[in-house]
Design a protein around this ligand. Sequence first.
Ligand code: ACO
Length: 357
Amino acid sequence: AMESGVARSPIKDWDAYEAELKNRLGLDNKFVRNITEKATRNPKRVVFAEADNYKILKAALTAYEEGIATPILLGKRERILSTMEENNIEMPDVVIVDPKSEDQEEKRNEFGQAFFEKRKRKGVTEYEAIQLMRDRNHFGAMMVEKGEADAMISGITRNYKDVIRPALQIVGVEKDAGRVAGMYILMTKRGPMFLADTTVNVDPTAEDIATITELVAKTVRRFKVIPKIALLGYSNFGSAPGKDPNKMRDAVEILHERNPSLCVDGEVQANFALNNELMQEKFSFSTLANKSVNTLIFPNLSAGNIAYKMMQEMTEAEAIGPVLLGLKKSIHVLQLGSSVREIVNMVKIAVVDAQSK
Ligand code: ACO
């Protein structure tokens, strides 16, 4: 019963606090270690679409040295090589591809043709399709689509939607996923917490929320964690009707019907979701009463994106994400300004994801 959670009082005992932090870091390491081991057992070819960026190169180097991935670097060859030299980054035999260069003209034509085939009834001309392959995110996604690479990492310098759109258009949605969504993993003293959708669907319907929840549940299980899922709102089980609470309630109904054994409930406020004593006291009828919720589903992108970024900035907890779910192939979009450590974690996620595709 003591596992209920979030610290409510200011820190009184600093020794105890530090011991607790150590304990928390222990948890972090275990989760990250598992992913690292899984990645190194079967490393994959990963396209780094922004390889002229110093942080991306550092992350690629770590992935290379630790045997997590075989990097494929996209960008201007001289620029990549000079950045590597300036920073003493050595990756013998690493493949560098410049999608804009003369020697890739044939590839651009081939990829452009394939893109045209996919989008010719969506307003794209053949000429435009070939031109688009000069863009690294299109070229890289096409490499993954064509099996010339297993995964792609991009987004540190571009707007999220400029990277995810080519991914949606080129590799598309996994058949039984139905929806693409972004998940964020936070290592807390409660263990890993999974948050979604934090990055993709602006205003999902109840049906979308149900689909996204199923997708997240499947992924959480893949990390060997049993998902205990709260659909969040600003009200508890109908206490304040409104568009979003009603939507979340409808989504719960769909989920209960489709997956009777899935541990999911709502709509519920975040403090009840995260405090199982409070939940038990007030809503003992809920599937979540006396359970330690580890998965939070948000009603829309504003809530999900703001919540995860606040958590990220306000806790010391390590975080991994945003992990893209539901794409046919492993493509992951970094958040603007990710650190080297965050990028390396995303490479591990991308490799493990590629292993399952
Ligand atoms: N799941 C499945 N399929 C989708 C999804 C989705 N979530 N979104 C779009 N698609 C489909 C479209 O229906 C379309 O289908 P088509 O092949 O029949 O044309 C295809 O994918 C291509 O999509 P587009 O039409 O090119 O793109 P769309 O206009 O639908 O926009 C986008 C998709 C870019 C993801 C948009 O929803 C968006 O901008 N979302 C918000 C992204 C964002 O800014 N996030 C916050 C910041 S990220 C951060 O903080 C790290």
